[in-house]
Design a protein around this ligand. Structure first.
Ligand code: NAD
Length: 291
């Protein structure tokens, strides 16, 4: 069992830290907001008053923060206060470049660094069934195995530092594009008098089937867009995807179009809705109001 500092106890980090406590690790949490700290304390974890206090003399330091700038800021403090040899695992979704930077700077200070973005959303975090894509060294991956087993179901080392973020970017590219096409398919069926509900059932069982059709077709038909995963976060992820594509010198025309549709959803005031709310953008383009 390890001593673990967990920074960022929000929608995802809160339940993940709870699973680590339940697995028998000694977890000390820190968050700017007291809500996450209270939940961790109730789950049997310890709370710290600062990043410095949380990370001092720990075997493992974990972050689960919103965006690059938060990781940059917190990791700078980790560099200053964590012990040599500490394993740093970042579960946040950020750019591959920032993950590479944490690895380069971490190694200079004797830290071992993994990027480990997740997929599976809040239910995956609550149920401990996340999919985790990990970038870094094989030996560090092996020593983090107990952490991944506590919070996830499927996890794999997918390459060197930053590669976890690249795979997460690919994941978000497919998810965003699929939502955009399912939204268009719904309007097409509804617009020409087909039974969209039965139509989507058939699509879900054929080659067009996907987890999105499986899990979201009912709520999309009902125009129920409670998050889930917010448009605002997917907008952030489309920026990461576009930056990664530029770095790889790979054109992503479908991704670029999806990014614009997600930006439109945000501009229309839907940033806090689930990303399936891309249907509202498709409706707006078609001159329709939501039912
Ligand atoms: P969240 O906003 O609920 O939680 C982030 C937490 O970080 C907040 O509690 C915030 O107070 C804290 N924080 C921010 N700056 C801090 C700092 N300097 N020091 C300490 N704490 C700080 O976000 P979330 O939904 O948990 O997402 C976290 C990451 O996981 C994001 O990168 C997101 O893209 C990714 N992700 C989210 C989902 C999802 O469904 N929500 C799914 C997969 C991946």
């Amino acid at each position: 069992m390890s001593t673990i500092a967990f920074i960022g106890l929000g929608i995802m980090g809160g339940p993940m830290a709870g699973h680590l406590v339940a697995a028998g690790h000694e977890v000390t949490g820190y968050d700017l907001s007291p809500a996450g700290l209270d939940k961790l304390a109730a789950a049997g974890g310890a709370v710290a008053g600062s990043v410095a206090e949380a990370v001092r003399d720990k075997d493992i330091v974990i972050t689960m923060l919103p965006q690059d700038e938060h990781v940059e800021q917190v990791f700078t403090e980790v560099l200053e206060h964590a012990a040599t040899g500490t394993l740093y695992i970042d579960f946040s979704t950020i750019t591959p470049r920032t993950s590479e930077w944490t690895a380069t700077e971490g190694v200079k200070k004797g830290l071992r660094v993994l990027d480990a973005p997740v997929s599976g959303g809040e239910p995956g975090a609550v149920n401990g069934t996340l999919s985790i894509m990990i970038g870094g060294e094989q030996a560090d991956f092996e020593s983090a195995r107990a952490v991944f087993e506590a919070v996830g179901k499927t996890f794999a080392l997918v390459g060197p530092n930053g590669a976890g973020q690249v795979v997460k970017a690919a994941n978000q590219l497919v998810v965003g594009g699929t939502y955009a096409l399912v939204a268009e398919a719904i309007l097409l069926m509804e617009g020409l008098g087909a039974d969209a509900e039965k139509g989507l059932d058939v699509l879900a069982g054929g080659l067009a089937g996907s987890r999105i059709l499986e899990l979201k077709r009912k709520s999309m038909l009902e125009r129920s867009f409670q998050p889930g995963f917010r448009i605002d976060l997917h907008h952030k992820d489309m920026g990461i995807i576009q930056q990664a594509a530029r770095q790889a010198e790979v054109p992503i025309p479908m991704g670029a179009l999806t990014a614009q549709l997600i930006a439109a959803a945000r501009a229309m005031g839907h940033g806090s809705l689930d990303h399936s709310a891309l249907l509202l953008v498709a409706e707006s383009l078609a001159g329709k109001k939501s039912a």
